[in-house]
Design a protein around this ligand. Structure first.
Ligand code: NDP
Length: 240
């Protein structure tokens, strides 16, 4: 039977490309989203991928959703922690709410979904977890102490959990995208964006599919010797 893969934030942008690529690789995919029903419904209709609305930052909501997905689709063998938001501002102007929202969504969701699926993976002696970090978690970024802290946390989380999963056939890896042409990056002012592109050696923004390819690679059944690693996919912008 096809392995079940859960992709948080899997209906738009990078997550949508990951959901589609995992489906093309033969997985049964569930794409989670937070609020944007219209986009999610259109995505489901276009791709045939199941969509589930729940707040990945909310532990109780995740608990309910995971139980339901497991009941209807089967045990979850693959988790891609992709849900993410930005609330950019300098520290001077950043409110506590902006800090909490970004930490809870980007990092807290990773804890929630790993915590709720890890035990089953251990019992079945198989699991593939991929956490989506960021170039800005590796290198830092002006106006993003919240986001850089959350993404840098993702990288530490990945290396720690990889050690806990290794003897049970569970691999835990991170993908660190550079700047990718999605809604998140389209929100960056055009002049700033042009300066960013000028610093990318490959000379373009990434495509969501560039990131999805890495996730498919890391979640393959055969990828059982790759764990605790970070795959940077950034057009050469940051060589780490
Ligand atoms: P988008 O803003 O295009 O899409 C975000 C997705 O996450 C949407 O499906 C959204 O759902 C979902 N989401 C947001 N908050 C929650 C939540 N609390 N619970 C469940 N789902 C949620 O983002 P990108 O595709 O650009 O980014 C995807 C990931 O890649 C993020 O983790 C981001 O930090 C990371 N990244 C992106 C880069 C880029 O250049 N784009 C660069 C480096 C990293 P809904 O549609 O309902 O809002």
């Amino acid at each position: 039977m096809a392995r079940v893969a859960l992709v948080s934030g899997g209906t738009r942008g990078i997550g949508a490309a990951i959901s589609q690529a995992l489906k093309a690789a033969g997985r049964t995919v569930v794409a989670n989203y937070a609020a944007n029903d219209k986009v999610a419904e259109a995505f489901a209709a276009k791709t045939g991928i199941a969509v589930e609305r729940f707040d990945a930052a909310d532990y109780a909501e995740c608990e309910k959703a995971i139980a339901q997905i497991t009941r209807t689709m089967g045990p979850i063998d693959i988790v891609v922690n992709n849900a993410g938001i930005t609330r950019d501002s300098t520290l001077m102007r950043m409110s506590r709410e902006m800090w909490d929202a970004v930490i809870d969504t980007n990092l807290g969701s990773c804890f929630n979904l790993c915590k709720l699926t890890f035990e089953g993976m251990r019992e079945r002696k198989f699991g593939r977890i991929v956490n989506i970090g960021s170039i800005n978690g590796q290198a830092g970024q002006y106006g993003q102490v919240n986001y850089a802290a959350a993404k840098s946390g993702i990288h530490g989380f990945t290396k720690a959990l990889a050690q806990e999963g290794a003897r049970y056939g569970i691999t835990v890896n991170a993908v660190a995208p550079g700047y990718v042409d999605t809604d998140m990056v389209r929100a960056v002012p055009e002049d700033v964006l042009q300066k960013i592109i000028a610093r990318i050696p490959v000379g373009r923004l990434g495509h969501a599919e560039d990131i999805a390819r890495g996730v498919v690679f890391l979640t393959a059944d055969e990828a059982d010797f790759i764990t605790g690693s970070t795959l940077s996919i950034n057009g050469g912008q940051h060589m780490y």
